[in-house]
Ligand binder design. Structure first.
Ligand code: PEP
Length: 249
């Protein structure tokens, strides 16, 4: 059975006091589903969030990291630094990182290697832009993103990889992929993995959907057989909304 996962990406939102307030609200929610729950606060709040949620079933994860172990990379944070404060999961390849910080598949491949070398796990994001979908190229784009960043890995590495399909046109836009569009792409992603690594590996990898998931649409999206959870942006900033999504399984 694949893991169900719901992860909240807080992006560049919430200072320390807002982070603490949201964490207090999260602690007051009741989980009725089997989903693993994660939140990704900004770097400055990771340690505080980690300490606050130590006893709770909410994993605190990072939004990004650098591929080097240490050195002259002003403004960056390494896998080892994250690990040193207890963080063992990191989001990589978010479309905002690709768009605003020019992250390429090649650079992301190095980041994935650094995650694995440090015994950590990643939620690896990818997805097509609107123009790709309009041109009918969405599968080709997604396939090349996966191949370029991940297909140098051995099959065993996929024990530490969660995939997140996030069509760029659906992120923060209020426009969601239909449950059918999500299912079709997730099935395609799983087939792409199966062709390279075999069905057993493909069937074991959790594939999350991200893009304007809300309490009102989560249940239908999560009901699809190849959708194993969600990466949630805007709706993760309100504890009740986030847990309504967590409990949609
Ligand atoms: C995201 O940023 O990963 C995301 C899915 O955002 P939103 O839920 O706001 O579309």
């Amino acid at each position: 059975m694949r893991k169900h996962i719901v992860a909240g990406n807080w992006k560049m939102n919430n200072g320390l006091s807002q982070t603490q307030a949201l964490i207090t609200d999260l602690k007051n929610q009741t989980k009725t589903s089997d989903a693993e729950v994660m939140i990704a606060p900004a770097f400055t709040n990771l340690w505080n969030a980690f300490e606050s949620l130590r006893q709770d079933n909410i994993e605190v994860i990072a939004q990004n990291m650098h591929f080097a172990e240490d050195g002259a990379y002003t403004g960056e944070v390494s896998a080892g630094m994250l690990k040193s404060i207890g963080i063992t999961t990191v989001i990589l390849g978010h479309s905002e990182r690709r768009e605003y910080f020019n992250e390429t598949d090649e650079a992301l491949a190095k980041k994935v290697d650094a995650v694995l070398a440090n015994g950590m796990r990643t939620i690896f994001c990818f997805g097509e832009e609107l123009a790709d979908r309009k041109a009918g190229n969405e599968e080709a784009v997604v396939e090349s993103q996966i191949k370029n960043a991940l297909f140098h890995l051995e099959a065993d590495a996929f024990k530490s990889i969660v995939l997140a399909y996030e069509p760029v046109w659906a992120i923060g836009t209020g426009e969601t992929a239909t449950p059918e569009q999500a299912q079709d792409m997730h099935a395609f992603i799983r087939k792409t993995l199966a062709d390279k690594y075999g069905a057993e590996v493909a069937d074991s990898v959790s594939i999350l959907y991200g893009g304007s998931v809300k309490p009102g649409n989560a249940q239908e999206i999560f009901s699809k057989p190849d959708v194993d959870g969600g990466l949630i942006g805007g709706a993760s900033l309100k504890a009740a909304d986030f847990f309504a999504i967590v409990n949609a399984f």
